[in-house]
Design a protein around this ligand. Structure first.
Ligand code: ZN
Length: 372
């Protein structure tokens, strides 16, 4: 589970309840100890105890007494002290390896706000040379940190297993690259490496108000997606859930890098779409290219949305492609091909280019502190 939602007894209770208190403050902010007890179902004694521990760790701060409403001013007793998470207590280092020409990284606060960002040019580096660029970027960001770093989160293209090993990332010529182990040994910090679309799902979950049953489609150099089902991330039996880019939409389509023809990527990947749009001369022709790409996306998504009864599909990618023409065509095809299509929300993520950085940070938050 990404978010604790109820108390447990008794073996793991303390760790779980600590995360539950943090989760409540993270989502609701500015609450008294009594509010937290009510919200979590924990006793006031337990809450006071956990808050004392969290304050000693620097994670929770007292903001001061709650201002009493005029009608309460005659009540006796001290006003309750409001608590909140100290979002400046730690930095999180987030890295996005999905760029065409550069790796991007940032220092974020616990609220997911970007404080400082940096990038290293990729210059077509692959294999070990590409790993060196990641190390350079992380080193550079660590030098900029002014508070302790909670951990390093990395969103990588390709298939990544649950130990943070990149099983395959053809664009970087990585196979079985144990990036998580390598970075944690090198920097002595907790590290989470995950697929970039799965990181983007976490960003929508933590910072973008995602529904509990959602799919995020990420368009970039390729096309990938991530799934959140019943509020839990779904990775599949080969860590490759959401790999929709190489689903064949039309075998008579263009040749794809994977050896097949007519994969979704040949219509929708950013470089392919850019090339097609460049060849158009009228706005009508431009709309037709976007409509075609949107329709193909709808063809791939319809059976998934139908089978899983998703609440929403979120699109993320280069601004400008996801204009009205593409999104309208996808929505139209989904409505046409599924019985739930009319109730299925299709929207473009508002998290923009920072979605993977912020999702990688959310992964660290979830792994190290148990909330998101
Ligand atoms: Zn393909």
């Amino acid at each position: 589970m990404l978010r604790p939602s109820a108390k447990v007894l008794p073996e793991h209770a303390r760790v779980h309840n600590r995360a539950l208190v943090l989760q409540t403050l993270y989502r609701s902010g500015r609450q008294s100890r009594a509010d937290v007890a009510r919200g979590t179902g924990l006793t006031r004694v337990t809450v006071s105890d956990l808050v004392a521990e969290l304050m000693a760790d620097g994670l929770v701060v007292e903001l001061g007494p709650r201002e009493a409403a005029p009608s309460e001013s005659v009540q006796r007793g001290k006003p309750a002290i409001l608590l909140d998470i100290d979002r400046a207590a730690f930095h999180i280092l987030g890295v996005d390896l999905g760029g065409d020409s550069a790796f991007r990284g940032a220092l974020l606060d616990l609220g997911g706000r970007i404080l400082h960002s940096s990038e290293v040019a990729l210059e077509h580096a692959t294999g070990a040379a590409a790993v060196d660029r990641v190390v350079d970027l992380v080193e550079r960001l660590i030098e900029q940190a002014t508070t302790p770093i909670l951990g390093i989160g990395v969103g990588s293209p390709g298939v990544v297993d649950d130990s943070g090993t990149v099983l395959s990332a053809p664009n970087l010529s990585w196979s079985d690259e144990a990036l998580q182990t390598r970075l944690s040994e090198r920097f002595g910090l907790p590290v989470v490496v995950m697929n970039d679309a799965n990181a983007a799902v976490l960003a929508e979950h933590s910072f973008g108000d995602a529904a509990a049953d959602m799919m995020l489609v990420k368009v970039g150099h390729g096309v990938g997606s991530g799934l959140l089902l019943g509020g839990v991330q779904f990775f599949g039996s080969h860590s490759a859930a959401g790999e929709i880019g190489h689903v064949v939409v039309d075998p008579s389509g263009e040749a794809c890098g994977c050896g097949r023809s007519g994969c979704l990527e040949t219509w929708l990947a950013a470089p392919r779409l850019a090339a097609r749009l460049k060849a158009t001369t009228t706005s009508g022709a431009r709309d037709a290219v976007l409509h075609d790409a949107g329709h193909r996306l709808g063809v791939v998504l319809a059976p998934i949305a139908g089978a899983l009864d998703l609440a929403e599909i979120v699109l993320s990618g280069p601004v400008g492609y996801f204009g009205d023409a593409l999104v309208a065509a996808t929505a139209h095809t989904l409505a046409e091909r599924t019985i739930t299509g009319a109730g299925l929300a299709l929207r473009v993520s508002e998290l923009g280019d920072d979605i993977v950085l912020r999702g990688a940070a959310a992964a660290v938050l979830s792994k190290q502190l148990g909330f998101s």
